[in-house]
Ligand binder design. Sequence first.
Ligand SMILES: C[S@@+](CC[C@H](N)C(=O)[O-])C[C@H]1O[C@@H](n2cnc3c(N)ncnc32)[C@H](O)[C@@H]1O
Length: 119
Amino acid sequence: MHVPSVGTGMWATDFASTFPSANVVGTDLSPIQPLYVPPNCRFEIEDAEDEWSFPYPFDYIHDRALATCFKDHAPVFQSAFNALRSGGYFEVQGVVIPFRCIDDSMKGTAFERWLGLAK
Ligand SMILES: C[S@@+](CC[C@H](N)C(=O)[O-])C[C@H]1O[C@@H](n2cnc3c(N)ncnc32)[C@H](O)[C@@H]1O
């Protein structure tokens, strides 16, 4: 099983430890991942917004906490779907921005102001 994951490397190393038969590829813009990782885990410096050129299809692609990372998510998601083998999974764990509140308790807060600036 080939599994790519973007980010700090923690999720990728945990996943690789839990599933020793999987080949896990972690990617990020910068080399911030740990040096000592399970033998079935490796990291590559990649910009997910560039064209994906992995030489094999993936069984599972994991995306977590990348809501603020891309100019446009649609092309990145398309790249992920194109990189899956038939029947593979693309899982996204993230937040929807702007954050909303079920009541008025956010009104007038610095957090509400920050959300307005982040648009
Ligand atoms: C909030 S962290 C999330 C890390 C990881 N997915 C996790 O959940 O632990 C966002 C990461 O995405 C990386 N990143 C931002 N833009 C990227 C891009 N275009 N391509 C690849 N990685 C990117 C950042 O360098 C950062 O390490």
